[in-house]
Every structure is written in structure tokens, then in C-alpha cells.
Design a binder for this molecule. Structure first.
Ligand code: NAP
Length: 256
């Protein structure tokens, strides 16, 4: 949850959808947009999580609507878009944040059903959601895909997860071309951020230290670090940036 003092209102009058946004990076991102004046539409699979997150955001004075949306459920994706358009009449920003990492098997040992699930949630659902959203996104709108540093350096134990995240770099380029000039499409590649998703770090001090040592800034990331980068890319400050991936990883090795 944001501990920063947010003084700007870059998103006043804007409508922002963030998927998988009832905790972690998605929640902080929704919160950041909301604190900067946006009307935010949050979602995840579980009603209880949606309700709790909505209450937390409302308590901060944020204009928020919560919708159930398992991103691989076509009807729920459509409902997310329709609810947003019925309530606000448009969509200015879509942040595609949902992902799974169900297996630590090597690529050749990953079961076919797991390969399908990784593709379906981490890549295909983002495409299909944007297919539904695109007709409502007009001049000046923006899409942010949430990839991972693991898309550049695929870790052995997160092999196919990493490959789906690499795919998002390509998807960013392709969608940026297809959705130009009205909609900019960019991507962030987070480093390691303690969340439920990376719960394996919290209980392993040696692993935490080894990851911190790989950064130049000697620390793990925070969900607010990711939210700030997403907000920048969606803002008018980034109005000449499209088709790019911003690595937000404290200087961890990524690319030249
Ligand atoms: P997180 O804290 O575990 O939060 C996951 C959120 O996603 C929850 O709100 C969860 O709520 C929702 N969710 C899970 N599966 C979903 C689905 N199929 N459809 C819709 N919502 C779903 O995760 P996080 O660490 O913030 O990760 C967010 C994104 O950042 C992911 O794309 C991840 O790959 C990427 N990333 C994270 C890190 C990191 O170090 N944390 C690093 C690189 C990239 P429900 O349970 O209610 O569905």
C-alpha cells in the first residue's frame, strides 16, 4: 500500500482498468491511479478479495468499482469491459497484470495442461481482454502489460513462466503497431517484489540476500515502485513512448 505522498492529479477524468488488482502490484497500481484522480476498475477471481480491496481504496477517497474477473473466463472479461463502459462511457488505460506460475518443472518436463494454462492466462487472456477493450479506447489511451525480468533471464525453476513473459515483450511491439496512433502500448519488467506471488522469498533469507545482491540498489522492489513506473508510462509524460519495455529491477542484469 502506498506510503508515498502523491501530489499530482495526472489522471483526473481518466478511467483505468487494472486486472488481478486486489493485492500486490495490481492493487498498488490501482491505488496509484486512484490517488492521482482516476476512476479505477479493479478485479480478481474472488468476490471477497474484490470487496475488501474496494473498501480499502474507497477509504482513501478513491473512485473505484470492483468486478469479478478471472482473466481466462471470456464472459467475465466481457463483463469487466461492459461494466466499465456502462459506468464511465470509455476506457483510458488498461493494465494487464494477471499471471500464474504453477510449476517449477523444466520446459521439457512441463505437463501439457500446465503449458496451456501458462499461455492462456499469461498471454492469451491479455490479447482477448484488449480485443474487447480496444473499441472503447480512443485517442490518447494507453495499455501497459506486466511482464517480468524473468522474460529476459529465464530462471531454471520458472522456465515456461519466463517464456510467457518474453512473449509479452513481442506482444508489446505488435500491439503498439496495431493500436497506433490512438493507443500507446508499453510494458514493464519488474524485478523481485515481495508479494503473495513471490512468497518463496519471504521465508528464505539466503535467497532474499542473493537477489538483493544482484541489484545495484541493494534491495528488493516494492509494489509502489512498480505502480510508479506503470503510472509514468500511462501518463502524458510518456506521450511519445510506445512499444517499449521499462525494466524496473533496481539495476539487475537485464539487457544493454
Ligand atoms: P500477487 O501479489 O500474488 O497478486 C495476484 C493478484 O492476482 C491477486 O489480486 C489475485 O486475486 C489475482 N489473480 C490471480 N490469478 C488471477 C486470474 N487468473 N485472474 C484474475 N486475477 C487473478 O501477485 P504480484 O506479485 O503482484 O504479481 C502481479 C504481476 O506481476 C504478475 O503478472 C507477475 O508475473 C508480475 N511480476 C511479479 C513479480 C514479483 O516479484 N512479485 C516479478 C515480476 C513480475 P484472486 O486470488 O482474488 O484472483
Amino acid at each position: 500500500m502506498s506510503s508515498k505522498i502523491i501530489s499530482g492529479k495526472r489522471f483526473e477524468g481518466r478511467v483505468v482498468i487494472v486486472t488481478a488488482s486486489t493485492q500486490g502490484i495490481g492493487f498498488s497500481t490501482a491505488e496509484r491511479f486512484g490517488l492521482e484522480g482516476a476512476s479505477v476498475v479493479i478485479s480478481s477471481r474472488k468476490q471477497k478479495n474484490v470487496d475488501e480491496a474496494v473498501e480499502k481504496l474507497k477509504a482513501k477517497g478513491i473512485k473505484v468499482v470492483g468486478v469479478i474477473c478471472h482473466v481466462s473466463n471470456a464472459q467475465q472479461r466481457k463483463n469487466l469491459i461492459e461494466t466499465t463502459v456502462q459506468k464511465y462511457g470509455k476506457i483510458d488505460v488498461v493494465v494487464s497484470n494477471a499471471a500464474v506460475s504453477p510449476s517449477s518443472d523444466s520446459t521439457l518436463e512441463t505437463h501439457e495442461s500446465v503449458l496451456d494454462k501458462l499461455w492462456e492466462i499469461n498471454v492469451k487472456a491479455a490479447i482477448l481482454l484488449l480485443k474487447d477493450a480496444a473499441p472503447h479506447m480512443k485517442k490518447g489511451s494507453s495499455v501497459i502489460l506486466i511482464s517480468s525480468i524473468g522474460g529476459y533471464h529465464v530462471h531454471d525453476s520458472l522456465a515456461m513462466y519466463g517464456v510467457t513473459k518474453t512473449a509479452l515483450f513481442g506482444l508489446t511491439k505488435v500491439l503498439a503497431a496495431e493500436m497506433a496512433p490512438h493507443t500507446r502500448v508499453n510494458c514493464i519488467a519488474p524485478g523481485f517484489v515481495p508479494t503473495h506471488f513471490t512468497g518463496f522469498i519471504a521465508g528464505n533469507q539466503a535467497l532474499k540476500k542473493s537477489i538483493e545482491d544482484k541489484t545495484l540498489l541493494n534491495r528488493l522492489g516494492t509494489t509502489d515502485d512498480m505502480a510508479s513506473a506503470v503510472a509514468f508510462l500511462a501518463s502524458d509524460d510518456a506521450s511519445y513512448i510506445t512499444g517499449e519495455t521499462l525494466v524496473v529491477a533496481g539495476g539487475m542484469p537485464s539487457r544493454l
